[in-house]
Design a protein around this ligand. Sequence first.
Ligand code: SF4
Length: 339
Amino acid sequence: MQRKNRILTGDRPTGQLHLGHYVGTLKNRVHLQDEYDCFFIVADLQVLTDHLENHSSIEGNVFEVMCDYLGVGLEPENTFFVQSQVPELAELTMYFSFLVTLTCLQRNPTVKDEAKTYGVTNISYGFLGYPISQAADILAFKADLIPVGQDQLPHIEQTREIVRSFNRVFNKEIFALPEPLVGEVPILVGTDGTNKMSKSLDNFVAFAHSPEETERRILNMVTDRKRAYRKDPGHPDECFAFKYWSIFAPTDTLVVRQECETATRGCKECKAQLAQKLNEHLAEIRNRRQCYASQPDFVWDILATGTKRARAVANETLMEVREAMKISFPKLGDLKGGR
Ligand code: SF4
């Protein structure tokens, strides 16, 4: 039987996921899981590229991300795995690093942008080289498709370049070229009405937030900056709360727009209603999330099963790679036991 096309995607475990993740990627992943063999990487090593001094909560964050994944409706039968617990990935990263020049990494626009976004001034070897690590993540599982936004395309091209070089240098077609699955990745502006929703800016609504906390955050949301008084007509197209209406309660937008533009709706009541809609929208996700969060052993088991599967697949690839590179030594026997 022909295998389903495989997808690799995931997140860095830097904390609880939020509505920005939901709108940007998670909602789409829930659909993708029906059609593809999905590998979800919890990329803990990638956290170290810019959180080296602040990494003590990685294990807790991995758990939170898993609860969020399962809460939004990703099925436990998918392959969820922790990057650092698949050591084959580190080994592949090492091998692939010989195929990429320093100049090429320094030119990567996504690396430059991310260094700027995360305020990384003293760029480490690991940060500069993380597109190679990403290539290893993709190629270890021979992923066919990688869901990405436009800004991530240089990383995929870097992976494809590694495939071409590998196949040429070692004269073996181990890897096919992975294809980007480019979709529109909507960016949700946070409750400050200025920046992309982000935990570090505290302008977010997390799945783990209570309905009361969600309401508090939405009521504090920045709205139409041109509307000084309740009696003034509003400008929904310039209001971030209205964007939330259009994403989470699209059938209500006609009424909201009309009432806003005629000043029959005040911003405070509008945000209170929005919070209620959001809470209704999130209720199922929160219930499911809470159900998983209350069974931590079960959640860790899902991750352990996925990580074992990921290791098995990555190991097969690694064996092929070592053989192609003439660095497999069958005469040494199985060295796993050590001394
Ligand atoms: Fe925005 Fe609602 Fe206020 Fe209109 S009434 S400006 S949509 S918050």
